[in-house]
Design a binder for this molecule. Sequence first.
Ligand code: AMP
Ligand code: MG
Length: 516
Amino acid sequence: MTTPLHIAFDNTYARELPDFYRTWKPTPAPAPKCLFFNDRLARTLGLDFSGQSPQALAAFFSGNQLPDGAFPLAQVYAGHQFGGFSPQLGDGRALLIGEILTPQGARYDLAFKGSGRTPFSRNGDGKAALGPMLREALISEALHALGIPTTRTLAVIGTGEPVYRETVLPGANLTRIAASHIRVGTFEYFAARGETQHVKALTDYTIARHYPELTGSRTCYLDLLAAVCERQAALVAQWQHVGFIHGVMNTDNMTLSGETIDFGPCAFMEAFDPNTVFSSIDRQGRYAYGNQPSIAQWNLARLAETLLPLLAERQEEAIALATEIIHQFPEKFARHWLQGARRKLGFETAPEQEREQAQIDLQLTQDWLALLQKDKADFTLSWRALADAAEGNLAPLQAQIHDREALQSWVDRWKLRCAEHDHRYEHTLVTPSSALESSCDARRANAIRAANPWIIPRNQRVEEALTAASESGDLSPFETLLEALRHPFEENSVYRSLAQPATAAFTSGYRTFCGT
Ligand code: AMP
Ligand code: MG
């Protein structure tokens, strides 16, 4: 017998921001089937599904049978899409079901995606196809395992209903867990309508929920802008360091919490090239890998505009204050990026030395990336091969970078910098002996392996997994890939074929789709 499902929802968004949504119900799914259930995530959230039958899980996560305390609603928001403003988007196929509190006291939204039409569906059918939902599950869980802030996937349900895109596809519904669903576009919706009181209410809510340390500050609205810039700078720096390309960085797909959200046409770069773009709708390359930091800044400028009436009485003063914060973004990003680059290179520099070494380390990293780009080296495997190089084995690196002379001269510089770093901070090489040196090399190799994944979601493998699930109902490639991606820093020979890049021919023809 199945125990009744109980979730202690505490729905602050619904209670405190009544003008920010429409209450709505999920459309029933005719034949729901649980295809993916994230047991580990459920446990960290303190949700107990242990007494539930597969049928009960399917009934819940399809929205057919909501537990007590659920308060399903569709949120309203606007957004700049590819640079153009859409004054009303909103949850066209998603519903916030309720907020949960973990045993540690953290608050998360539990939301459905693909649960049917809402008042904000415009011309859409409110539905989702299985492939894109499994992609979101794979990529969100992979990012999480890589240590990158992201919304996560608790379940994917097959609805038992076809959805009509270019072809007929199996329908699905995804349960998303997010720190919140407050987007830059949520602010834009109310600001565009001149509803300053609503912008203020949303700002106060955001501070209380995500930046409580700012509560009570006289400059809390400006501080919020700066704090969101800081989190986004840190987030995008982390994306850049694993080659993650979001693909559709519209302002409605940027959170105030600093989590990655809305995995439409996202993909990972294989051969290093800043111009890499996979999304079929991104014809100008607006959201190419190398543009992500400046697009983040552009989006944050749109957020800043919505906050102007709260920043100062006089508009010119408000603009000056906001502009200063937005102008600091590149510096914030560069700081996070350099910090990440140093970890990837195998050394972390103490803050007091940062400034002095910044130029040198920046140049070292840029020269490294130039080597990768020139030889179209695989981004992930090249970084990882630095661990072998630290142990004296150059072969894996030479397999990626063919210009031997240029590589050797870069490796010599890098090793000098490593030795200098160890001398300065660890005092290990004051009187270098070969024994000390080799223990230090082993330590460095470990540090490099902890900072540079062995496996990322490889585009070809992701596509194979999604195709098997959608076309043959075979979930095993998806399950195997997901398992491999859960421990990205550990080399595991079982998964070797999943960790390899695709051929250049596959990658050059590879296109991703929004899946809407
Ligand atoms: P996205 O590109 O997935 O972030 O979606 C952009 C906007 O389109 C959001 O307002 C979505 O809710 C809406 N949308 C996407 N797909 C659908 C769909 N199949 N039906 C209704 N609305 C949709
Ligand atoms: Mg979106």
